[in-house]
Design a binder for this molecule. Structure first.
Ligand code: DC
Length: 237
């Protein structure tokens, strides 16, 4: 798709939100998707589910051929956003894995499996197929690799203490899971960011044409409003 084609009114609306762990991407992406009536494509959930299924099948998180074989024709389904503001349901081969993928272990597992080029290649087509009729896509490489022609790109960030606090609150909201201390969460977030940003394959990076939104000290509602204003201004709506 060339640069002049991307604003065709008939092209499906794809909004991408990339950024490091705990920047508020999921919350913002959910609210933006709801406001625009678009499905949410949470690509972190796909990597998390791969890490979970690999662990159950005793496939190591650094076994690149084994993981890539598992990722081909990956039977994942991302549900519609519930009207009550709750989380998006994630199913693997029909099984509800929504809560099981939100543990600190699966955060690390997702970060490890996603560093492998063959895994990213195997999951690329699935992500595009899930999103190409319009979506709000969130992840690390949505604007750079998966949807490079998306007309609306945002890179959401925040300072490390803010991100650690948000991740900690998310974990505390996950029923039945042990909640690590804030210090542990901050270490985990910093470690994951370092790995996600330094890997050779599609590292976490702001796309040249993405709008940078720093949410440190800013309420999530204000961030959502800022993102929606940008989209409205760009589409003249
Ligand atoms: O957004 P998240 O915390 O659910 O993502 C979990 C991990 O998955 C993250 O540490 C890196 C990886 N990931 C990725 O490499 N590319 C994406 N588009 C989304 C997530």
């Amino acid at each position: 798709m060339g640069p002049h084609e991307r604003h065709r009114p008939s092209a499906p609306l794809v909004v991408v939100i990339d950024g490091p762990a705990g920047a508020g991407k999921t919350t913002v992406a959910r609210a933006v998707a709801r406001a625009l009536g678009l499905p949410l494509l949470d690509t972190g959930a796909i990597y998390r589910t791969l890490a979970l299924v690999a662990q159950r099948r005793a496939i190591a998180w650094d076994d690149e051929p084994g993981l890539a074989a598992l990722a081909v024709a990956f039977p994942i389904a991302l549900g519609e956003l519930p009207a009550d503001g709750g989380p998006q349901a994630v199913r693997y081969a029909g099984e509800d894995v929504t809560a099981a993928i939100r543990t600190p272990a699966m955060s690390q597992g997702a970060s490890k499996v996603s560093a492998l080029p063959a895994v990213r290649a195997a999951l690329l087509g699935i992500q595009r197929a899930l999103g190409d009729r319009g979506c709000v896509a969130e992840g690390r490489d949505m604007g750079t690799v998966v949807f490079p022609d998306a007309p609306h790109k945002f890179f959401l960030t925040a300072d490390l203490p803010t991100r650690a606090l948000r991740r900690h609150a998310e974990l505390a909201a996950n029923p039945g899971a042990a909640v690590p201390s804030l210090d542990e969460v901050q270490r985990e977030v910093a470690e994951r960011d370092a790995r996600d940003s330094s890997r050779a394959a599609a590292p976490l990076r702001q796309a040249d044409d993405a709008v940078l939104v720093d949410s440190s000290g800013v309420g999530i509602d204000a961030v959502v409003e800022r993102v929606l204003e940008h989209i409205r201004a760009a589409t003249g709506a």
